[in-house]
Design a protein around this ligand. Structure first.
Ligand SMILES: [Zn+2]
Length: 480
């Protein structure tokens, strides 16, 4: 098999749940984790005679995402009925958008192995989510939970511009970061609020025509997306090399077995019989709404990563880690003016702060102290008021109690002595006691300095600012 003779071609469809309090066409809550069928009403249960009423927050989110992706926003877009039968779809149709989606023709810039690529976005449209079938393994019954029915989704469809599974995974990561930054999505793959389908085909290198594609459904982790696509690429190449033809079909990825398998073929391919939704007027996006949303667009993650590097001298890796979470980057920027070297603050955040957060399992928002308090701790280490090691202890205590660093330093007696006259007194006594060693030093035995330094630290009971103490000692020994 010669994988390298083939060029994979991948397009992705992302389904992102929009962060609204209520569902798209009724007032039911969108909160995750309620008892089954708890968040339902006649509208989202699909009772006859009810009418959907559009949640305008959904349109605002769609416009925000569209603008961030550089899309054209359609002033008038149309709702459409997508008809199919499935137990978790009580109406027998899903309200979606079809030939006139709200956003079209955008792009998402991604970076893979140091090279930047613009992946074109074909369309972004709004739709309602379906419910969920729960297959009960014990009783042999299938149950339906309609809490998710009517939760607003944004479907974001890329052009088939992706050329490897790495690019696909990076596109998804970047897209998720953008949506989370915009406050449109919580980025939670485990709870299914960010899902993806992948269209995968292969073509011989240099061929003009795209190969037949298979659609991989509902892949819910970045790791799986890469594995599923790699498996599918290898499978298709094998089929072609063996003289066969790839058939157009929908395939399901099985993470346990690490393979994709056929779900339905083209013969069974759905004809959704789309038609304009008669119960909803067209969606109109006014100039005023466009302006309002445009004015409220935040700086996007990629731009922020770049700015943090340029403005604060951070490494690309640190800037990326901080910008991986908008709140974390906000913390950094709130604290940066309060320290001398913002790179030090970044080190503390990327290292100790994130480690503590990961160990506690609670998010940044649950941390009991503020960005300013963390910055004041880092500044204290910078100024030599406390040692780096003591700083780590103080941070651990801040995590536990949320108390102010200054208070902890005072209470635990961690402050380093930076009082020059006190240090000079200690050093004078020390040198007088060790006249012989001083002689040796002056005669050229430079390693004596380490011994004297150790003695000096001991005399200061470990609280002397080592840098300052070292400077004073050298001066007393006659160094320039
Ligand atoms: Zn409802």
């Amino acid at each position: 098999m010669a994988l390298s003779d083939f060029q994979p071609v991948i397009g992705l469809e992302v389904h992102a749940q929009l962060l609204t309090q209520s569902k798209i066409f009724c007032g039911c809550s969108t909160a995750f984790g309620a008892p089954p069928n708890h968040h339902t009403c006649p509208v989202c249960l699909g009772m006859p005679g009810v009418l959907p009423v559009l949640n305008e927050k959904v349109v605002e989110h769609a416009v925000r995402v569209g603008l961030a992706l550089g899309c054209r926003i359609r002033p008038v877009s149309i709702w459409a009925r997508k008809n199919y039968f499935y137990p978790d779809l009580p109406k027998g149709y899903q309200i979606s958008q079809y030939d006139q989606p709200i956003c079209e023709d955008g792009q998402l810039r991604i970076e893979v192995a140091g090279a930047e690529r613009a992946i074109r976005i074909r369309r972004v449209h709004m739709e309602e989510d379906a419910g969920k079938s729960v297959h009960d393994p014990g009783g042999g019954e299938s149950l339906v939970d309609l809490n998710r029915a009517g939760v607003p989704l944004l479907e974001i469809v890329s052009e088939p511009d992706l050329r490897s599974s790495e690019e696909a995974a990076e596109y998804l990561r970047t897209m998720r970061d953008v949506l989370v930054y915009l406050g449109a999505n919580d980025g939670n793959l485990e709870e299914g609020s960010f899902r993806c389908d992948a269209n995968v085909s292969v073509m011989r290198k240099g061929a003009a025509e795209l190969g037949t594609r298979a659609e991989l459904k509902n892949i819910n982790s970045f790791r799986f997306v890469q594995k599923a696509i790699d498996y599918e690429i290898a499978r298709q190449v094998e089929v072609i090399e063996a003289g066969g033809k790839v058939v157009q079909e929908t395939r399901l990825y099985d993470p346990q077995r690490g393979e994709t398998r056929s779900m339905r073929g083209k013969e069974e391919a759905h004809d959704y019989r789309y038609f304009p939704e008669p119960d909803l007027p067209p969606v109109r996006v006014s100039e005023a709404l466009l302006e309002k949303v445009r004015a409220s667009l935040p700086e996007l993650p990629r731009a922020r990563v770049q700015r943090l590097q340029e403005r604060y001298g951070l490494s690309a890796a640190d800037a990326r880690t901080l910008c991986g979470d908008r709140a974390l980057a906000d913390w950094f920027e709130a604290g940066a003016p309060k320290v001398k070297d913002p790179k030090k603050l970044a080190n503390w955040m990327v290292g100790d702060l994130l480690r503590q957060i990961n160990e506690s399992g609670a998010p940044l928002s649950a941390v009991k102290f503020t960005a300013a308090q963390l910055a004041s701790l880092v500044a204290a280490v910078e100024q030599g008021t406390i040692s780096g090691a003591a700083g780590k202890d103080v941070l651990a205590e801040m995590f536990r109690s949320g108390r102010d660093p200054q208070e902890i330093v005072a209470e635990k007696g961690l402050a380093q002595v930076s009082d020059v006259s006190a240090m000079e007194q200690v050093l004078d006594e020390l040198l007088a006691r060790n006249a012989g060693e001083v002689e040796k030093y002056r005669a050229g035995k430079k390693q004596v300095l380490g011994f004297l330094m150790g003695q000096a630290m001991k005399a200061m009971k470990g609280k002397g600012n080592p840098q300052l103490l070292n400077e004073l000692l050298r001066k007393k020994l006659g160094e320039p």
